[in-house]
Design a protein around this ligand. Structure first.
Ligand SMILES: NC(=O)c1ccc[n+]([C@@H]2O[C@H](COP(=O)([O-])OP(=O)(O)OC[C@H]3O[C@@H](n4cnc5c(N)ncnc54)[C@H](OP(=O)(O)O)[C@@H]3O)[C@@H](O)[C@H]2O)c1
Length: 327
């Protein structure tokens, strides 16, 4: 089969089409004939040699796919050849076939084509477990999403809005801020011109927000703490702006704040299966009634994965970048 390999750690050009054997599903696994795969920022980090796949996982990048079930391994119930499916993977999505643990497979939401469905698993699993489980965002509360125009950000804004929260988002251009507002953010904040703490203190009458979803870290850390309301929760999912920060811990005690975070990829199949069930129950109905959409910025042929990574690193995209694996 065709797959995209990382020839060596480096820039987008190290992504090269290769011939690989079709993987075989082991016990509890499903073999998927891939129609489309999502491109995610962790794939860029893996390509750069900064995010090693967990032990035993293929070196082919790609964390999410949609397509049809080709075959199933032993002890798989509920899936059979020919069924439409989308899945969260620990790797291997940039290929004509991919193997997924059955608990990480979900049916396509009614009415959604595979190109859009392939953009759901990584962002929806991540947003669900971080914003609603760890961050405990409740209806009527408020959420600040950093990187609002990212794949993760566009999902977080819509999901939080659809579940009755007030949403604010930061992004790096006026166009991205307007896009965040079109998705349901009450106010897009261009962090290049405005200080998000000042803006949010103004619009919340000094109260601050209940939850912050952050992928920047670094010098955002103190400001994230400053913008949280009493009993606020900061959920860290990446550190694009740096791993280290110096903070005052006093507000954590004074306002009884919670600082937490998580990564999805190294979690067990059992844990991912539990998140899959929650996403199926709570997110799929919102997608099916159009309250949450997959915003596809651009789709590329699988062979042009390097170009997709170039666009991702330009950060000019709004929403998801996708790979088409068969026409
Ligand atoms: N913890 C987890 O389980 C988990 C799972 C999936 C993804 N993630 C993380 O979530 C983040 C978003 O993922 P994605 O796939 O949605 O990526 P993406 O679409 O490429 O989004 C990254 C966004 O970050 C913003 N950004 C802010 N500061 C940045 C910086 N210093 N360098 C680069 N970008 C910066 C960019 O927007 P502006 O240009 O507007 O700043 C860009 O839109 C990534 O950091 C990814 O690693 C975490």
């Amino acid at each position: 089969m065709i797959a995209i390999a990382i020839r060596e750690p480096g820039g987008p050009d190290v992504l090269v089409p290769v011939d690989r054997p079709v993987p075989q599903p082991g016990p509890g696994e499903v073999l998927i004939r891939v129609v489309a795969a999502g491109v995610n920022r962790p794939d860029v980090l893996q390509r750069q040699g900064r995010y090693t796949p967990p032990p035993g996982v293929t070196d082919i990048p790609g964390l999410e796919v949609a397509g049809r079930v080709e075959s199933v391994g032993s002890a798989v119930e509920g899936w059979s050849a020919g069924q439409p499916v989308c899945a969260l993977l620990a790797g291997g999505g940039y290929a004509a076939y991919a193997v997924a643990p059955a608990p990480q497979c979900l049916p396509l939401p009614a009415g959604l084509d595979p190109l859009h469905a392939a953009g759901l698993p990584e962002v929806m699993f991540t947003v669900w477990t971080n914003v609603f489980e760890r961050g405990r965002l409740a209806p009527g509360e408020s959420l600040l999403v950093h990187g609002g125009s990212s794949g993760i950000g566009t999902a977080a804004i819509q999901l939080a809005r659809a579940r009755g929260a007030r949403v604010f988002a930061t992004a790096g251009s006026p166009e991205k801020c307007r896009a965040c507002e079109a998705l349901g953010a009450e106010r897009g904040i261009n962090y290049r011109d405005e200080d998000f703490v000042t803006v949010l203190k103004e619009v919340t009458d000094g109260r601050g927000v209940d939850v912050v979803l952050d992928m920047v870290g670094g010098d955002y850390m103190q400001r994230n703490i400053d913008v949280l309301a009493v009993e606020g929760r900061l959920v860290q999912i990446a550190q694009l702006g740096g791993y280290r920060s110096t903070i005052s811990t006093i507000p954590i005690l004074q306002r009884r704040l919670t600082i937490t975070g998580s990564t999805l990829r190294p979690r067990t199949v059992e844990e991912k299966g539990r998140i899959a069930q929650a996403v199926h129950e709570h997110v799929w109905p919102l997608v099916e009634r159009g309250a949450v959409r997959v915003l596809v910025h651009q789709a590329f042929d699988l062979r042009d994965a390097a170009e997709a990574h170039r666009v991702m690193e330009s950060s000019l995209h709004i929403g998801k970048l996708m790979l088409r694996v068969e026409s």
